[in-house]
Design a protein around this ligand. Structure first.
Ligand code: NAD
Length: 393
């Protein structure tokens, strides 16, 4: 079976789905690995490293004409989709709950679509395949570095002959995978770190990193299903925002990561909270999206400086800005998933398998993932991904 690694098509995307180090794992399983010319350039993996590892470097046309399985990081663009042939399989982070139309197009072409976003994340055997976690980890690290770069003072306590600098007061709102990595990175830089999350279980994780956990009276238990947060009621949201404002005002740097599966990111830092911060403060909104983010006034991919001197950075595709580390991790994730589906050198689709039920989106000409299929039925559509959770229920 020929497995092909494509050059990513999304603007500015620097990651690559498979790194040279992983190639032998695939070839040892009886797979032939093709790599599109220059696929690893953005992550500093030259073609020569892939050749040395046992892959063949191929031209784009040859890749699409001969591959059985195509491995990608993000969704293929229109041109790439146009090149796909019936019987081929695409594996990547295809975001089918955000863009169900792509799943329908691939199904219509007779292409099997497998998306790492749908992976059941709590099973022991899926830990090595969890690309959402590995990329969130990279993003959390980079968010702290971006904040440090935009902040006009030091993060650590510094005592020098020219005076003493107090440590930065650093707050993370939403302490899941990305938030905990942001906390760990800020601690290593010497900041004075606090964290907050609606899930009470998060307290121990925050404290184990040496940070202070902020407890609010507004929401006693915001835990939802599967270890994720639930959507708060309107009253809870308002009370949470009001109570958070006082905490936000006494911090120099705030990083927000809050997400609720299948819903718009919750607003945690209101306009009033931004106004209450001192000039020179920095906010990085990792929830920034076209639908709105965790911070009032944040714009994805842009840096906004408010009238009162607060810098609000709308983060966008942070993993791509740490391309080598992000690709290394993703490569292990996608290879583990692929190899779990290969028997005797061939891909075996088994809808009865718990992992495959989560990741196989289109197969045999049909959109087989129930939650994606539901989004494609006009009568059932109630506002895009707003009515499904990440596991597709
Ligand atoms: P996520 O990206 O969905 O959300 C980020 C964080 O935002 C979460 O911690 C969430 O609780 C928080 N949040 C949501 N709404 C909020 C609000 N209104 N106010 C404050 N915080 C809010 O989450 P994630 O990082 O993907 O993972 C969340 C949890 O799932 C973690 O506990 C993680 O350990 C767990 N998880 C477990 C496994 C596993 O069992 N192997 C795998 C992946 C994730």
């Amino acid at each position: 079976m020929k497995v092909a690694v494509v050059k990513e098509s999304a603007p500015g995307e620097r990651r690559v789905a498979v790194v040279p180090e992983t190639v032998p794992r695939l070839t040892q399983a009886g797979l032939e690995v093709l790599v599109e010319q220059g696929a690893g350039d953005g992550a500093w993996f030259p073609d020569s490293a892939y050749s040395k590892a046992g892959a063949s470097i191929v031209k784009t046309d040859d890749l699409y004409a001969t591959a059985d399985v195509i491995l990608t990081v993000t969704r293929p663009d229109e041109t790439q989709v146009g090149r796909l042939l019936a019987g081929q399989t695409v594996i990547g982070m295809l975001s089918p709950l955000i863009e169900p139309a792509l799943a329908a197009t691939l199904a219509g072409k007779g292409v099997t679509a497998i998306s790492l976003d749908g992976l059941p994340r709590t099973l022991t055997r899926t830990q090595a395949m969890d690309a959402l976690s590995s990329q969130a980890n990279v993003a959390g690290y980079k968010a702290t570095l971006i904040a440090a770069g935009a902040y006009g003072r030091f993060f650590p306590l510094l005592i020098t002959a020219a005076g003493t600098a107090r440590p930065a007061k650093f707050l993370v709102l939403g302490t899941g995978i990305a938030g905990l990595q942001a906390i760990g990175t800020a601690r290593r830089l010497g900041a004075q770190v606090s964290g907050y999350d609606v899930r009470p279980a998060s307290k121990g994780e925050v404290e184990s990193l040496g940070a202070t956990f902020i407890e609010l009276t507004a929401v006693s238990d915001g835990a939802g299903q599967g270890g994720y947060a639930r959507e708060l009621t309107a009253e809870e949201r308002q009370a949470q925002q009001a109570e958070l404002t006082a905490h936000i005002a006494r911090h120099d740097v705030v990083i927000t990561t809050a997400q609720v599966p299948g819903r718009r990111p919750p607003l945690l830092v209101t306009e009033d909270a931004v106004k209450a911060m001192a000039a020179g403060s920095v906010i990085v909104d990792m929830g920034a999206s076209a639908l709105g983010g965790n911070v009032a006034g944040s714009v994805p991919g842009e840096t906004v400086v408010t009238e009162n001197g607060v810098t609000i950075i709308g983060a966008q595709n942070l993993p791509s800005s740490v391309p080598t580390a992000a690709s290394n991790a993703y490569s292990r994730n996608i290879s583990a998933l692929l190899l779990s589906m290969v028997t005797d050198g061939a891909l075996v689709i088994d809808p009865a398998d718990e992992v495959q039920a989560g990741v196989v989106v289109a197969h045999d000409g049909q959109v087989v993932h129930p939650a994606v299929a539901k989004l494609l039925r006009p009568a059932d559509r109630t506002g895009g991904a707003d009515d499904v959770d990440r596991a597709g229920n």
